[in-house]
Design a protein around this ligand. Structure first.
Ligand code: SF4
Ligand code: SF4
Length: 363
């Protein structure tokens, strides 16, 4: 089987599109949790293939989009200390904090490096024993195991100059927070793919049961997404609320046990402030107390006073599914990928960036 072409087969795409439109008899608000799905939906024009009854709500599943100003402000404070090499993944450099970005701090001479792989930070720490190296770790369950591997390696090697600022977030907590918000109207979920490879499909069962909403975990290709949507339409019409694992070629019921073991070994669940959603209980993870000596939040002073979000930016409403990027008055005019005002314009997985790239002309 060709894992790209077979899942982009034109005839299959059109027959799924026809089936969805035939079976969908009532409005259905589908939230795609993952930013990767938002990107695929806009890239392949899937929103135009599913008929008028289906409304996509772009959820909080991009780790860059949900990063609040306060974390960026703390990152800039750490990166601006003397004798520090600050490292993170590339997209974080452009996320706006209260008054600046890591990219601007870098242009002022601070040693801020974008990593291709989190493991590269080990070599940086080894090569610079006289510097304090800080790794600002981000991502949902997909990338948490990789950070756990870096922590494990740092401990094994006895590195004394490598510290971690952990900003990993979890998928189930913000989904529950959204469902508990009475102003948010979601009828069904397209479940994330990469995240589910790690977590497994089972973790969604309690969400589907508690809120009586169907969930289809799907891959990123057009056939995957349309197949997932068809299932959600059928479940919506039949009023069932099961978890459908469309992405069986990568997602198992229990997930990746080895990766989950690593996460449990080094991390504990904690509350996390999501941009636009506020503080979410159990929304993130941090290093376990016994690894506090590696935790930049304890080793350094990270306290900052952050400003409120720009009044013009409606990222929060978009992440809650209450608005679309087109509803933002400064979309594409003042705010664009070269000059992002809010986080949803930074990563290619952000809803505003995906609309800008693939559907700007609809404005
Ligand atoms: S890492 Fe994967 S699952 Fe997570 S937001 Fe990005 S594309 Fe989606
Ligand atoms: S277009 Fe820019 S300012 Fe508007 S909501 Fe999106 S990221 Fe925020």
């Amino acid at each position: 089987m060709d894992l790209i072409n077979d899942f982009r087969d034109k005839d299959l795409i059109f027959s799924l599109s026809n089936l969805i439109q035939k079976k969908s008899k009532k409005p259905l608000n589908i939230m795609e949790i993952c930013g990767g799905h938002t990107h695929s939906i806009m890239k392949f024009g899937i929103h135009k293939l599913v008929g008028k009854n289906i409304n996509f709500i772009h959820g909080p599943g991009c780790p860059v989009c949900v990063m609040p100003r306060s974390k960026i402000d703390a990152a800039i404070k750490l990166a601006s200390m003397d004798n520090v090499i600050f490292t993170t993944l590339a997209d974080m450099l452009r996320v706006p904090g209260s008054t600046s970005t890591l990219q601007k701090a870098r242009s002022q001479g601070h040693d801020i490096r974008a990593l291709y792989s989190p493991l590269d930070v080990i070599q940086i720490a080894k090569d610079n024993p006289d510097k304090k190296v800080i790794f600002f770790a981000i991502g949902f369950e997909t990338t948490t195991p990789m950070t756990a591997v870096v922590v494990e390696k740092a401990i094994e090697l006895g590195l004394k100059n490598l510290f971690f600022h952990i900003n990993h977030v979890t998928v189930p907590a913000p989904v529950r927070a959204l469902m508990n918000d009475e102003n948010v109207k979601i009828d069904a979920f397209l479940g994330p793919s990469h995240v589910s490879v790690i977590t497994g499909s089972k973790i969604y069962e309690s969400i589907a049961n508690d809120y009586k909403k169907p969930i289809a975990i799907s891959g990123f290709e057009p056939v995957d997404i349309l197949d997932g949507i068809l299932n959600l339409v059928e479940q919506g019409e039949n009023e069932t609320y099961k978890v459908y694992n469309q992405y069986k070629r990568a997602v198992k019921l229990e997930g990746n046990l080895k990766a989950k073991e690593l996460i449990d070994k080094y991390f504990k669940i904690c509350d996390f402030e999501f941009r636009g959603l506020g503080n979410i209980p159990n929304g993130g993870v941090d290093l376990k107390d016994k690894y506090s000596y590696l935790n930049a939040k304890f080793v350094f002073d990270c306290n900052v006073e952050s400003k409120k979000e720009s009044k013009a930016c409606i990222c929060g409403e978009i992440l809650k599914g209450r608005a679309k990027p087109y509803d933002c008055k400064i979309f594409s005019k003042v705010c664009n990928p070269q000059n992002p005002i809010g986080s949803c314009m930074v990563s290619s997985e952000g809803a505003c960036a995906a609309y800008y790239k693939y559907a700007k002309e609809n404005v």
